[in-house]
Write a protein that binds this ligand. Sequence first.
Ligand SMILES: Cc1cc2nc3c(=O)[nH]c(=O)nc-3n(C[C@H](O)[C@H](O)[C@H](O)COP(=O)(O)OP(=O)(O)OC[C@H]3O[C@@H](n4cnc5c(N)ncnc54)[C@H](O)[C@@H]3O)c2cc1C
Length: 485
Amino acid sequence: MIAPPTLLHANDIAHWDDTADVLVVGYGIAGACAALEARRNGADVLVIERASGGGGASALSAGIFYLGGGTDVQRKVGYEDTAEDMFRFLMASTRAPDAHIVRRFCDDCVGHFEWLEAQGVPFERSYYADKAVIAPTSACLASTGNEKLWPYAEVAQPVPRGHKVAKVGDGGGALAMNALIARCEEEGVRVCVDSRVTALVHDEARRIVGLRVRESDGERHLRARRAVVLAAGGFGMNGELMRHYAPELPETAEALGTPHNDGAALMLGLSAGAATQAMGGTIATASFYPPAQLIKGILVNKRGERFVAEDAYHGRTAEFIAEQPDATAWLIVDAEIFAYPELGHPLVDGWETVVEMESGLGLPEGSLQRTLAEYNAAAASGEDTLYRKHADWLKPLDVGPYAAFDVSYSSNVYRFLTLGGLVTNVDAEVLDDHGHAIPGFFAAGACVSSIPQDGKGYASGLSLGPGSYFGRVAGRNAAACTRND
Ligand SMILES: Cc1cc2nc3c(=O)[nH]c(=O)nc-3n(C[C@H](O)[C@H](O)[C@H](O)COP(=O)(O)OP(=O)(O)OC[C@H]3O[C@@H](n4cnc5c(N)ncnc54)[C@H](O)[C@@H]3O)c2cc1C
């Protein structure tokens, strides 16, 4: 595995090339939010960005923020939500949640939504009711997770919490980043681009007090009077780190993001003794819907067996597919619900009978016949006792001819984000292996393992939502650190 960079000692830095109260590494959503809050809390802030401008993966994103607890959008379109319901849902759906982090995020969500709008991030008061990965309109609110799925719907009142920036279809992330970067510029945040952070500097008290950066004309050392905030994104683009930390993700999956999401923040954190968690956690997706009618089909593996409720969030389904033998599965439909998946999953074939389909897919004799007979009986009774798929999506698959789409990893491009990273606490402080905060060191965004930790518990918006919120927390707390003159 790649070794972390050397942690430099302040005594070995002969000359500091620049100084700021707070140094922020990375100018995506977490970094921009950290910089703004640090600045507004009286700090001189310098953002270091490796690319030639701000944005990062955040600017490539669809701009869906997972927010709730009764935001103005939720109320205006007729949904009642509470911080308590949101908390219960996230606690139930997150793999190993930190209750303090989840609680703080849920309690502050309404205010955080208002803050985002006040920075100029636009959201409509509108609702998108259909099933989609990204709503094809500029509508704001949509169900983007597993809230309606069993068992979560029994734990908390299911309400939609995906808030999409007001942009038709994809691309809202760029609007959000334009607004946040404009605020940073107006308010005097200093930004240094084309500058790559290559090492952290600490002092005898283990406090992080500076950075080494590499630029086109050589190396420079930057001093932080108060603190350093790491916000340099995830590590999906680093094949070596992926093979080390997430070997269970099929190799055909492709990373989403910019080439700079290469794990630099993770390695910098490790150099300072930071703890990590959920390192194998990813959200991968190649959704077989839309169109939504396909959710009425069933997914089967090489044994001809179902393995997930087909109405699950597409990232949850993807993780279950990855766990099946050879990460192979098929979507089975009948003539009544036949449609081509928008993403273009390959159609294997059509067959007049289930027996022919079973043999055409090479499934064990009798397996698909049995699975479909059991499923059809359950669907006719209105209750899927096996996986508790919601009654809205149940219909016997008994109108031939039948068809199968290949949803295997090897036949489709599954795209993923990493969810593992540095361990932080509710104050966005970076923790070491003993759970102690490393002084002067904060982190937020995709370089930390925060609320979402795996694809089974992910909901669209759970990166930008907590990433922007805890970016602000990091910036505020970094500015409040004692000056280290
Ligand atoms: C296509 C796509 C769609 C998505 N849609 C959504 C969505 O709708 N909702 C959602 O919640 N999430 C979405 N995500 C995920 C989400 O965008 C990211 O998880 C989130 O933006 C990460 O924010 P960040 O600030 O941590 O990192 P980034 O936005 O990646 O910012 C990190 C910055 O750090 C810089 N950097 C890296 N290394 C260094 C270094 N050594 N020195 C200096 N700078 C460095 C990078 O250049 C980058 O600008 C999507 C992602 C993609 C790619």
